[in-house]
Design a protein. Structure first.
Length: 242
């Protein structure tokens, strides 16, 4: 029995053989300089792109069937190169047959924080050898009880400080009432916040997002909308060559 991945590999090898080995060959005047025969005027790169597209489509279909039906979705006799039968079998377990193997947080083994990060967290940041466990206002306390004055403020995200009583009370009250329902619906708190922002700034309307990428995208779109309203419809780029 061959697995689905075996057939995907066969198709990939077969399709790759049909891609021109040299996509930069000369096509001047549509003449093959080796035997002076006319050749296709279609650029080899176009042929390669079509072949690659065909390969991607076939691979995607087979990969989807492979994911839905399991590794033995496709069966074939070793004595024949053709697929004799195709049988899909469900991999979805019956309701009630799934047993949870999740480890609850209370059962996790205690380990030094730095060692824990080294073993389970990707090293994408150059962290300082400090482990903070609590904070109050602008004061941070590390695991050894030493205090620090926080000038970073969570990279400008904790302007009200740590353990702020008013903020803690407001968050707790909101969590007891409603957590999050997305921007697909109206919520009283979001409307009141937008009103407060507009009345205390130069803005006419507020835009809510949860990432810097979204805010930058909105700023660019607003700039384009403002320019379009002033009759500026063509983008102008000034290239400076050093």
């Amino acid at each position: 029995m061959f697995s689905c991945s075996y057939y995907i590999t066969l198709i990939i090898k077969q399709e790759l053989r049909s891609i021109p080995s040299n996509c930069t060959q000369s096509l001047s005047r549509g003449i093959d300089h080796n035997n002076n025969n006319k050749i296709s005027t279609e650029p080899p790169i176009a042929t390669a792109n079509k072949t690659t597209m065909k390969l991607a489509q076939k691979s995607c279909v087979l990969a989807a069937l492979f994911a839905l039906s399991g590794a033995e979705a496709f069966s074939s006799s070793t004595q024949s190169s053709r697929v004799s039968t195709t049988q899909l079998r469900s991999t979805i377990p019956k309701p009630g047959s799934v047993t949870s193997k999740l480890t609850p947080p209370s059962k996790l083994q205690d380990a030094p924080v730095a060692d824990l990060f080294a073993s389970v967290v990707y090293k994408t940041y150059g962290r300082y050898p400090l482990t903070f466990v609590s904070g109050d206002g602008s004061t941070l306390t590390d695991e050894n009880g030493r205090t620090y004055l926080d000038f970073v403020s969570g990279i400008a995200t904790c302007a009200l400080g740590h353990n702020n009583p008013s903020l803690t009370e407001a968050v707790c009250d909101q969590m007891k009432q409603l957590h999050h329902v997305s921007n697909l619906y109206y919520t009283p708190g979001q409307g009141k916040l937008a009103q407060w922002l507009c009345e205390n700034s130069c803005a006419d309307k507020a835009f809510f997002c949860n990432s810097g990428a979204e805010s930058n995208e909105a700023a660019i779109k607003l700039a384009r909308k403002h320019a379009h309203g002033r009759g500026i419809t063509v983008s102008i780029f000034e290239c400076v060559v050093c």
